[in-house]
Design a protein around this ligand. Sequence first.
Ligand code: BGC
Length: 739
Amino acid sequence: MALSIEYATALEHQVREVLAQMTLEEKIGQLSLVNGARGDIPDRLREAIIEGRVGAVLNEVDVDTINELQRIAVEESRLGIPLMIGRDVIHGFKTIFPIPLGQAASWNPEVIRTCARIAALEAASTGVNWAYAPMIDIGRDPRWGRIAETLGEDPYLTGVLGAAMVRGFQGDDLAKPGSIAACAKHFAGYGASEGGRDYNTTNITENELRNVHLPPFKEALDAGVATFMVSLSDLDGIPASANAFLLRQILRHEWHYDGFVVSDWESIPQLSVHGLTANDREAAYEAANAGLDMEMVSSTYAEHLGTFVQDGRITLDQIDTMAANVLRAKFRLGLFEHPFTNPADFPAIANPEHLEAARYAALQSAVLLKNDRHTLPLFKDELRSLAVIGPLADDPYEQLGTWIFDGDLQYSQTPLQAIRQSVGDSVAVRFARALETTRSRDHDAFSEAIEAAQQSDVVVLFLGEESILSGEAHCRADIGLPGNQEALIEAIAALGKPVVLVLMAGRPLALEPVLDNVDAILFTWHPGTMAGPAIADLLFGKQVPSGKLPITFPRAAGQIPIYYAHKNTGRPPTPEKVIAIDDIEQRARQFAVGNASFYLDAGDAPLFPFGYGLSYSAFHYANIETSAPEIALGETIAISAELTNVGDYEAEEVAQLYIRDLVGNVTRPVKELKGFQKVRLKPGESTTVTFHLHTDDLAFYNRSMQRVTEPGTFHVWIGGSSEADLRSEFRIVDPEIES
Ligand code: BGC
């Protein structure tokens, strides 16, 4: 969001004018984010607002309450400064869209922007003006429950999609009604929590931090994100809430960020739990000194910052800077002019347009992982009967996923409902739940399910993970199908009917044990309110799957971390070197079976790679070309390939561009995504997909932590997944050296 110099100067003037009138206590008050009482306004909150001791409130969603809170702030406090009203609006407000990891599988920035736009409108209609999204932590560990909230494993994809989400929440002008402040979180490194266990320690080298974890945050900043939230985690011994390297060096000095940074829930007092500080007082000092502006829920700033100023440990200038960062955001939001909300100014909640966007997002997010013998789509006219089996077939809650505080079940349309509606009376639909929950370990209801399957032409299983198995603090050590689901699949498979497995889950699942027992797998994440219509359209071929994995699916949890953009190592695995545990001869000598980087019992390859996803149609890539064999630093190269729909359906394909920088001052990944395009083609139709890369797009942080593009040879691939093999190459030269 480019702001004119005049606007910035006028804004600064307004901020300074308010600041000049504020007492120290009022300045510190702006740094306090208080948890709401959900509807009631207790006297102590009322008094605190009147006395200017509150800058923001979270978790209120009743419009009358919020308007009353704003009224107290604007009319009864001395300076009339309005409040930020925050809420975890993560993948929808009342209308729920697919979980963020699912939205990322759409590889469609416009879908993500639209979902955030609608979420913003619905939230803003209640007075919420601040969403705690996007979460743009790089997620490379499917055990981590919060993987569901990420946009996947890749810095480039996360950057592009995170920026689209920021644009959706904030619109083209933050001050317009319906625009709400976004929050880039969690700064930084949370996704690297050891072992995929939430809140766990992270140890990330500065080089990896800069090359992998920080780029999406810089993208969000460039998209104009109004606020940042720190991570709850400990980064190399310094928890993010006290990490001056992150908050001062990177965010302020290098990136020139001038919005505010909020703590995470009680993350300042938790500095003492981490063992960084001895008590709340020192925790407040460390956080403020590191550059953390606003405190969420706890009150260490309110209690101690004033005394630090009196003691001279913190300067008034520092407090002014912190308060100014908050005020700037409030001015940008236009809150001083429009503090109140009239729901009538907004489109109705969950109106047909919102539901249609939710259906489309669910459609675009579904990834077809397997489709043997063209099992899908199902042809209604040829079917007489269909068994719909599983605990997730008809559960309006579980299809919504994690973080749906305001999600409204009354709008949910389930797959069973939609299938029944879609086939009408012509197909007998037999439903059996089979398992009470996805975690159930019994098989009491298997016989009913088996009977339904036996009487039907085709079986569609709705399995996976219920909502509570992912999200914050909900990690799993085993990422297979929970409970007795594998046994259910085996029992159904034994009948010899065509079996379609529709999965809902908040993370990649280890599916190897069931892969051979089903004919088709459609992975739908937690698809949201309109799961049913989207899935029915895909099953019956009204729509064609076009999602691609934004994260690698391992064979087994023991392969984690496994991601496509890994380094080569000095001993990379090759097909000749990878040997399976069963093929090793008895009394084999050490190294007789090779010495490469792989697992004897899981090889080196994932089950499904990043970028992978099938279609009912088929696509062929050919004739990769570069616009020149070499370019100079500062120039742009075009890379193109011919893409043809060689199947029978009009369908969309995500064409992906990968590069490899062969030699670097620090080692570079074996492949890096650098571009993608979602293209729709009719059967037999061809198009040329062209990507433009400026040499800056190939920059990385070297061993001196400078961002550089190094001259040399680059491999480049265009294809339908990270395993694309259509390759070309080009060179970058430094004209000053080589000419
Ligand atoms: C989470 C944040 C969230 C906040 C407010 C924390 O526990 O880590 O992502 O925005 O709570 O609910």
